[in-house]
Design a protein around this ligand. Structure first.
Ligand code: NCD
Length: 303
């Protein structure tokens, strides 16, 4: 594999458990309410080719909490609209003085391609249907605030797993730490092939079976923007897979409800479940800030 700049975060698959634990420990020391000027004078470039609310704002706030400067470049309104290639855009932004680049792109592998050509670290903020490593880290961070350890935890991931980079990164991370993972969804959104992602993955086609006895229930959005050609009858999906209070009752009493957002209430999750006491959906968003502070500090060699 071609060498990439130290500090890049491209995926979870190629990180080992020690590196993940190190990042989570660092995140625990990052208190967004007590700013630390660790990145004073550094420039964080946020390059977003796809819509984002949580990831973009929390990377930006994380950078600013450590006194870095941030510049946001969106595909609309930039020369990307005029046809400039990904690499030419990346070289341009490196030339204006970026010290680290956070990128979200619809194509799997775009951050890796950039990291192979740039001198600065690249952080993957979600690449197509591939990975979303900072989301997996903040989800692990959130779980560990409520549960002692990941090992042996029964985690159910339910929804559009096929299109989900969140699921892919979560599966890699959780399986490295010995969690027991059940994936649940219809065949169109969860092909049997998904079991190749990690050892000992279990597939269930029934929400009730998948949720029974779970410690963590991670619900995923049906990614309508990536469905191209796939015929999903949303009413059938809702009937079989929507996370309802009745289904949640089958999980352990202290089971956590997670969702990376954006949530579509009334589709993959009911209003009641989204707002129930077991829901940590808002906490996940908040935890994105210290976790992304840790990622940026590590990328710039400041921690
Ligand atoms: C997700 C994404 O963009 O991958 N959201 C996020 O970053 N928290 C999931 C989604 O879009 O459904």
């Amino acid at each position: 594999m071609t060498k990439t700049a130290r500090g890049s975060l491209l995926d979870i698959e190629h990180l080992d458990a020690k590196e993940i634990t190190g990042l989570l420990q660092l995140a625990r020391r990052m208190n967004p309410l007590k700013p630390r000027p660790l990145l004073r004078g550094k420039r964080v470039l946020l390059l977003f080719y796809e819509a984002s609310t949580r990831t973009r704002s929390s990377f930006e706030i994380a950078a600013k909490e450590m006194d870095a400067m941030t510049t946001l470049v969106l595909s609309s309104g930039s020369s990307i609209e005029k046809g400039e290639s990904l690499l030419d855009t990346a070289y341009t932004l490196q030339a204006v003085g970026a010290d680290v680049m956070v990128v979200r792109h619809p194509a799997a592998g775009a951050p890796l391609l950039m990291a192979r050509h740039l001198k600065i670290p690249v952080i993957n903020a979600g690449d197509g249907m591939h990975e979303h490593p900072s989301q997996a880290l903040l989800d692990a961070y959130t779980i560990l605030r409520h549960k002692k350890k990941l090992q042996g935890l029964q985690v159910t991931i339910i929804g559009d797993i096929y299109h989900s980079r969140v699921a892919r990164s979560a599966i890699h991370l959780l399986s490295k730490f010995g969690a027991r993972i059940t994936l649940c969804g219809p065949p169109e959104l969860l092909p049997e092939l998904a079991t190749c992602l990690a050892p000992n993955l279990h597939i269930s086609r029934t929400a009730e079976e998948a949720v029974r006895g779970a410690d963590v229930v991670m619900v995923l959005r049906v990614q309508k923007e990536r469905l191209a050609g796939l015929k999903i009858r949303l009413q059938d999906y809702i009937a079989r897979y929507q996370m309802t209070l009745a289904r949640m009752k089958l999980a352990k009493r202290d089971a956590m409800v997670m969702h990376p957002g954006p949530i579509i209430r009334g589709l993959e999750i009911t209003w009641e479940v989204a707002d129930c006491p077991q829901s940590v959906i808002v906490e996940e968003v908040a935890n994105g800030v210290p976790v992304r502070m840790a990622i940026l500090a590590r990328a710039l060699g400041k921690a």
